[in-house]
Write a protein that binds this ligand. Structure first.
Ligand code: ATP
Ligand code: ZN
Ligand code: MG
Length: 501
């Protein structure tokens, strides 16, 4: 991408510059910048240049034009440092830098479906003739934080995201089970509601599971303990279910979780006086004054979304001895929450759902090999115990594909296998679990290292209990008699507790 940067800045000084305005020192300094300082690190003929300057009473104004090799903001910071030394000799300091104008112009081919309407730290955007011009609203601190570079990265990400959305190649069939007999052609959620096994809870996408379905969930868990955890050497842990922003910054979720998160807030203070008007309002109206509430709380993060990220704090900043690898742990201690889009449907797509999450950590080859072992165990379960019709597909989220720059081979190592099954009543395929190899993403994000210095990788697999139930019951019916022998034995009798008049 070709880029041009134009920056106009005012360096405010702590003393009168009139004595050095016309001294050769300044001209020499500019010449040194243009021939040496602002060219350092760039290919011959490239870099930044001071194209105009003006020395006033207590300030120096200048305009820098650059290419992408020494970007104008880098040039300014370099130059300020050197100028500080020069002025220091005259006992004058630089008090501050004011960015008067900063324009970035990028080569920009239009991408269908991508509209750049608003960007952080950008006050105006012009898009014409294959160029994108951004007029930035930045100060010195933003330049030190490399905000302009990040804006460019953001634009590249947006472009990449659009390209991947249009492509289907990131779904690839890996395995397909033999056809199976289906014993049901209805929606099992509807049937369970009729039988009083489940009832919609007070919240959006939230259900109360009666004793029968709960027993089925526990049977699924038992299968996972006996056929996955035991043979593969997993130990159970309890992962937190409230996730603070620090975790989501490290796991990468802070980049995009916003429309799907369930947010968690704490009171700004516990002082009962601070809350008195809220309590009084409720007492006289029987209405919870949400708007008043919102002013008195602050957000600290959200509810469990992907289950494994908060676990990583356990390892954060630690060095692991090589002998303890591969680490294999799992969590089933609580629900996950997602603000799902419209398609909420029975127990297939929920805002509150339950999942068993497996996490394994090791050297690259160990992690890849373990994912294969896990896939084998799952195949056994679906073919021999649940006897469902299902398939495995390789899916690569675009952000992973983007990070795995090593080409296709690398893509095949990092990424996700989705497990899908057909729902006979609708003919649709539903993802019911996955196996992901996450590369070094989590160890890097949480600064976990290996004693030997070898690269540390990890993987995770999330088994959605409601999804297993949705798939199994849709294919095998809600009648226990129709279930495969082995599964019936594991579940045992279904308890009858409630009757309604
Ligand atoms: P989908 O494409 O169906 O929204 P996803 O790709 O968002 O699924 P992941 O983020 O990979 O799902 O989550 C892992 C597992 O968690 C899924 O395979 C599924 O078993 C379960 N899961 C995710 N979202 C839900 C949900 N809204 N309701 C029930 N289970 C879910
Ligand atoms: Zn995970
Ligand atoms: Mg989803």
């Amino acid at each position: 991408m070709d880029m041009v940067f134009e920056l106009k800045a005012k360096l405010k000084c702590s003393g009168d510059l009139s004595g050095i305005v016309s001294s050769p020192e300044i001209t020499e300094f500019v010449s040194f910048c243009n021939h040496d300082l602002l060219k350092k690190g760039a290919p011959p003929g490239c870099g930044a240049e001071i194209v105009w300057w003006n020395v006033g009473e207590e300030r120096i104004e200048l305009k820098i034009v650059s290419d992408r090799f020494v970007r104008a903001h880098d040039a300014l910071l370099r130059l300020k440092n050197e100028l500080g030394k020069l002025l220091g000799k005259h006992r004058i300091g630089i008090r501050g830098v004011e960015i008067e104008e900063y324009k970035m112009a990028l080569d920009w081919e239009e991408e269908e479906g991508l509209r750049i309407g608003k960007l952080p730290f950008v006050k105006e955007i012009k898009q014409e003739n294959g160029k994108l011009e951004l007029f930035l609203d930045v100060d010195e601190v933003s330049l030190e934080k490399r905000i302009p570079d990040r804006i460019i990265r953001l634009l590249e990400d947006k472009k990449e995201a659009i390209r991947w959305r249009g492509k289907k190649e990131h779904w690839e069939l890996l395995f397909e089970s033999p056809k199976k007999t289906f014993y049901f052609d209805k929606d099992p959620s509807e049937e369970m509601i009729k039988r009083g096994w489940i009832r919609h809870a007070a919240g959006r996408g939230q259900w109360i599971y009666g004793p029968q379905l709960t027993k089925i969930f526990r049977a699924f868990e038992k299968i996972l303990f006996d056929d996955v955890c035991k043979p593969l050497g997993y130990e159970e842990m309890i992962f937190p279910k409230l996730v603070t922003w620090d975790v989501w910054k490290r796991s990468g979720h802070a980049k995009g979780i916003y429309p799907e998160a369930y947010y968690v807030c704490t009171p700004k203070t516990r002082d009962p006086e601070f809350w008195e008007d809220v309590m009084d309002y409720y007492k006289v109206t029987n209405e919870v004054p949400i708007a008043m509430l919102m002013e008195r709380i602050e957000n600290v993060g959200g509810m469990c979304y992907a289950q494994c990220p908060p676990f990583w704090v356990f390892l954060q900043g630690k060095i692991l001895p090589d002998e303890i690898l591969p680490i294999r742990v799992f969590d089933r201690s609580g629900p996950s929450f997602r603000y799902e889009s419209g398609g909420l449907h029975g127990i297939e797509r929920l805002d509150e759902f339950h999942r068993v999450e497996f996490v394994w950590i090791g050297e690259k080859q160990q992690v890849i090999e373990h994912a294969r072992l896990l896939q084998e165990k799952y195949r056994g379960i679906f073919n021999d115990i649940l006897e469902i019709e299902w398939r495995e597909a390789w899916v690569t989220p675009w952000f992973m594909a983007q990070e795995g720059k090593g080409g296709l081979a690398e893509l095949k190592e990092v990424g996700t296998v989705d497990y899908e099954a057909v729902l006979p009543y609708s003919g649709k395929w539903l993802e019911f679990q996955n196996v992901s190899v996450n590369g070094d993403k989590y160890p890097k994000g949480f600064s976990v290292k290996l004693q030997s210095g070898e690269e540390l990788w990890s993987g995770c697999s999330g088994v959605g209990l409601e999804r297993w139930a949705a798939v199994f019951l849709a294919q095998k019916s809600v009648d226990r008699d129709k279930w495969p022998e082995k599964f019936r034995a594991i579940v045992g009798e279904l308890p009858e507790v409630f009757r309604f008049l």
